[in-house]
Design a protein around this ligand. Structure first.
Ligand code: 5GP
Length: 114
């Protein structure tokens, strides 16, 4: 296990952020700096995978669970349509190395691409 990530600290309640949904192995929060009308983060409770490539290789079932929660949240918070973004690597804008999916919804434009 790596050093505790900011998302693990949020899940444990050490950093304030409302957990808006969770499944057995995944939870979701609102992004603190939203880039779309609905901008949520879907995050595995484990921080052992740094990015989606590691996750897909190590635990594809957990990746599927993330996508399922993203789909449910897009239906609950928007019209059901959504963009799923996994920034992978610093050069792609990844800043937190605990894999997470950005769920962008609720009126998207090219400006939401990041
Ligand atoms: P990345 O840049 O790694 O793909 O995405 C990290 C995301 O986490 C960013 O969009 C950033 O706004 C969000 N973020 C960073 N710190 C916090 C925090 O303390 N609370 C919440 N809710 N989001 C955060």
């Amino acid at each position: 296990m790596s050093e505790s990530s900011i998302f693990s600290r949020i899940y444990r309640g050490e950093i304030p952020s409302e957990i808006i949904a969770e499944t057995e192995n995944v939870f979701a929060i609102r992004d603190i700096a939203p880039k779309a009308p609905v901008h949520l983060l879907v995050i595995p409770k484990t921080d052992e995978y740094r990015n989606v490539v590691e996750l897909a290789a190590g635990d594809p079932t957990l990746l599927t669970e993330m996508i399922g929660l993203a789909n449910s949240l897009a239906a609950e918070y928007a019209d059901g349509d959504f963009r799923l973004v996994f920034n992978t690597g610093e050069g792609a804008g990844q800043t937190v190395f605990h894999v997470h999916a950005h769920v962008l919804a609720g009126g998207l434009s090219e400006g939401n691409l990041r």
